[in-house]
Design a protein around this ligand. Sequence first.
Ligand SMILES: [Zn+2]
Length: 295
Amino acid sequence: MRRKSYELVYSPVYDLSDCTDILAAGKYRMLYDELKHERWHWHEPQPVAEDVLHLVHSRSYLRDFLAAKVTPRTERAEIPLSARLVQAVRTATQGTILAAELALRHGVASNLSGGFHHAFADHAEGFCFLNDIVVAIRYLRQNRPGLKVAVIDLDVHQGNGTAHLLRGDDNAYTFSMHEKDNYPPKEKGDQDVDLPSFIGDKEYLRILDENLEILKKRFFPDLIFYVAGVDVYRDDMLGNLGLSFEGIAERDRRIRDFLPEVPMVVLPAGGYARNMRETAQLHAQTIRILHGRID
Ligand SMILES: [Zn+2]
């Protein structure tokens, strides 16, 4: 059985095209534009409630972040914080919760933003303010105690915030495959693969296959979060891997076919190609493949 569904989550609030000091801020809207003429079921999230954020983030950090205050805790995101950005990030975080609920009902669902895997409990980091992945996991567990969750993170950067937040959680498993000589300083997850720079499709896919086999033997989840960063693309400005469009499609097919009976949430995470349209096309390709809309 293969996952197949039409469930996508997007809000016009995700669109930060006019925030030109944020790298690739326009990609969420461009991704929506790629998909909007196709047949999908669209779901629009509201901003996440503050008490839900307390499941993960510290009160002192949330005081700074929600008021869009520039402090040592928020400025590590390295992008200018504004009320508008707070609204976008809160809405995207609720979007990930909504996508997770839809995935549990329909088999697969994608949020068109999210995958903020560098955010920690008490500080922002690497463009990420709220760890929407761990917020969604803790939120779901309120009604599903002991829900077993695997995070498959194939963004070119390690999911350091996610690994840190889920460490010691026996019902969570983090698998991250990322470029070794790149941001961030690595945190220990359950299964980490440091990739050499400049590797191409063939070598990447071979390592991925090996590691999916290992994951399969170690952990059987009730739900998978796929952090599907496309900054592994060879023309990305923040990554130095050599994957092509077709290589990334093949990567996504491997994930599509991995434990196909387990529900999956798909999140875009990073993607900073020199040509932003290519980033949007790559994210759209991931969604079409993971939803079984193209082969
Ligand atoms: Zn990244």
